[in-house]
Write a protein that binds this ligand. Structure first.
Ligand code: FAD
Length: 380
């Protein structure tokens, strides 16, 4: 059952994207994984072909399509399991902050580059001492005349090395209320006082240039604050629904991709004179996963539709982020068992998929935080 109404135009877009990824991205994945970096040229090619910020209106340099085009990008990138090209993060998590909250001149200055792939974005909230409890951040933003002075550091920032533009969360040290102290700022790479670390050696998302960002007496114009001073925490909360939806959909699309690889393998791999897929224990395991993936895919589609219709679905997106990332983790683990020694080879996609799926329960709010949100909505 397809809940999302994809038109002929959507299908044509998907076909173009699938060919693009097969020709220009898949051959480079191993290289990016080893380098912990994805070439900027790949981002630019994505932009030139209309695969970044497809929802962005024409006045800001986008094609002015709907969110379903983004969904297609999330799904097809999950299918090739390439985390280096975090198009969902750029197009559908970070750029919406700029689109919703930046002043008109900043939108005119930055959004066309975001769509063309000339500008790669990141969002920087997490600090060494402030993860789940974002409000305990220590990075400061002090206004002096018409400038803001930034000091502090952020860690685990996706697109951290490649980014040209960062949506940075920082607090006013003179405001005691931890939530009202936070504002969001747009900081360009290259501004004096802003430096970047080197990509982390980490489990999973190896081609992602996740790193630290440092701010030392970094001066930016006051006009680079998004919205009103002190509204940063509210803005983060306002955008979390879509962020969690991107992660949730990534989880279920990722699980689909892992299962498809395993189904193909089981149809051709022979044991005891018959394909693995004809052994009942393997069949049942595959069927159990197929059932869960398809049920959750339907839930993901329902939430995407509801989100596109402007409904508040905080509880449901929290449930989806938790359940769908757990699903991809579990499916990856079971598929490794089913594929046996073949899956132990690094040349097989499965180990990478397993590691990439494993860390998705941590970001965009850990799954424990998702459960706390759900508990609150239940009045617990
Ligand atoms: C691959 C990757 C990419 C990332 N990209 C970005 C990015 O682009 N930008 C960015 O800002 N951050 C990013 N992060 C950081 C991510 O958002 C944080 O890791 C996450 O918020 C959790 O924070 P923490 O790691 O400090 O864990 P902590 O908050 O220290 O949590 C540790 C453990 O305690 C549990 N815990 C914490 N508080 C509670 C509570 N109140 N109730 C119950 N349990 C709790 C957690 O669930 C977890 O199990 C990324 C992380 C990863 C792994």
């Amino acid at each position: 059952m397809e809940i999302l109404k994809f038109t002929e135009d959507h299908h044509a877009y998907r076909d173009r994207l699938v060919s693009f990824l097969a020709e220009e991205v898949v051959p480079l994945i191993d290289k990016c994984e080893a380098a912990h970096l994805t070439p900027r040229s790949m981002w630019q090619a994505m932009g030139e072909n209309g695969f970044l910020c497809p929802w962005l209106s024409k006045e800001y340099g986008g094609p002015g399509l709907d969110l379903l085009y983004s969904v297609i990008v999330w799904e097809e990138i999950a299918r090739i399991n390439f985390t280096g090209l975090a198009a969902g993060l750029h197009s559908d998590i970070v750029v919406p902050y700029i689109h919703s909250f930046a002043s008109e001149p900043l939108k005119q200055a930055y959004l066309p580059g975001c769509a063309s792939g000339q500008i790669i974005t990141a969002v920087a909230m997490t600090e060494p001492g402030a993860g789940s409890d974002v409000a305990s951040m220590e990075t400061t933003a002090v206004t002096q005349g018409d400038e803001i002075i930034l000091n502090g550091s952020k860690t685990f920032i996706s697109n951290g090395l490649n980014c040209d533009l960062v949506v940075l969360a920082a607090r006013n040290p003179d405001i005691e209320d931890r939530h009202k102290a936070i504002s969001l700022y747009l900081v360009e790479a290259g501004v004096p006082g802003f430096s970047k670390g080197t990509p982390f050696e980490k489990m999973g998302w190896a081609s992602q240039d996740t790193t630290e960002l440092f701010f030392s007496d970094c001066k930016i114009p006051v006009s680079h604050r998004l919205g009103n001073e002190g509204d940063g925490f509210l803005m983060l909360m306002q955008k979390l629904q879509q962020e969690r939806l991107v992660c949730a959909a990534g989880g279920v699309f990722g699980a689909r991709a892992i299962l498809d690889r395993t189904l193909d393998f089981c149809r051709t791999r022979t044991q005891a004179e018959k394909p693995l897929s004809k052994h009942q224990s393997v069949q049942f395991a595959l069927v159990e996963m197929e059932t869960e993936v398809e049920i959750l895919k339907t839930f993901a589609q329902t939430l995407i539709r509801d989100h596109m219709e402007g409904r508040q679905i905080i509880k449901e997106t929290s449930m989806a982020k938790y359940k769908m990332t757990e699903l991809s983790k579990r499916v990856a683990s079971k598929c490794l068992d089913i594929m046996g020694s073949e899956a132990a080879r690094e040349s097989c996609d499965l180990p990478r998929m397993f590691r990439d799926a494993r860390v998705t329960t941590i970001f965009a709010g850990t799954n424990e935080i998702m459960k706390s949100i759900i508990a609150k909505t239940l009045g617990l």
